[in-house]
Design a protein around this ligand. Structure first.
Ligand code: G3P
Length: 215
């Protein structure tokens, strides 16, 4: 399973890249707004650091506007994946952008029928938001299982990109279900490095080693 970082923060990306597990980055307008700078410049910089798929989202609501913005994003860097919301206009835009060989990530997916439609029009990725479903007492990971099953049944090449991830258990479940990508906020990656038994075990190993080598 691929790991993407769900952030527009350069410092966080630079600090996690040396782990060797980051395959790409996803952004959205809210994440970019948090950074405060020119989103185009920041996203270009992210592409240069990550050298893997970097999702940049369109903000137009009509298909023509989305296509225009999508083509413009694609010119910025070879690693750009254009993020398009799942709307009627968005679906129209995906078909045209995909025909231009521009990779599209269909975002704001909350039901399996949306994922099926996105795959039919040639999306490179589908982004189901599991955390936001969990937040309203709906089974976010259940949606991932449905999409994985449908894509397997019809051999769709669209990659299942688990988004709106809240913690390490979302990563574990995504991997068990065979999702292609899990995009994680930096804090979720950090949480994978915090386990009391790892800390206690390491402390004991070092103590025993020091005792043994002192003799
Ligand atoms: O980038 C899309 C998605 O991951 C947003 O997550 O935490 O705002 O629900 P969240």
């Amino acid at each position: 399973m691929k790991f993407f970082l769900d952030t527009g923060n350069i410092k966080d990306i630079e600090s996690l890249m040396p782990l060797g597990i980051v395959d790409g980055v996803t952004t959205n307008p809210s994440l970019m707004a948090k950074e405060g700078g020119d989103p185009r410049k920041i996203i270009k910089q992210i592409c240069e650091i990550v050298k893997g798929p970097v999702s940049a989202e369109v903000v137009a609501l009509d298909a023509d506007g989305m296509i225009r913005e999508g083509r413009d994003w694609a010119k910025l860097d070879e690693h750009i994946v254009v993020k398009v919301p799942f709307t009627r206009e968005g679906v129209k835009a995906v078909k045209t952008l995909a025909a231009d060989r521009i990779k599209v990530n269909v975002t704001l997916c909350f039901q399996a029928a949306q994922a099926l439609i996105a795959a039919k029009v040639g999306a490179a990725y589908i982004s189901p938001f599991v955390g936001r479903l969990d937040d309203i007492a709906t089974d976010g990971m259940g949606l991932i299982q449905q999409i994985v099953d449908i894509y397997h049944a019809f051999d769709y090449k669209t990659e299942v990109l688990v988004a709106s991830v809240r913690g390490p258990m979302h990563i574990v479940e995504a991997a068990r279900m065979g999702a292609d990508v899990c995009t994680c906020p930096p804090a979720v990656i950090e949480a994978c490095f915090k386990h009391p038994l790892t800390d206690i075990g390491l402390e004991k190993f070092l103590k025993d080693w020091a005792a043994a080598t002192k003799k």
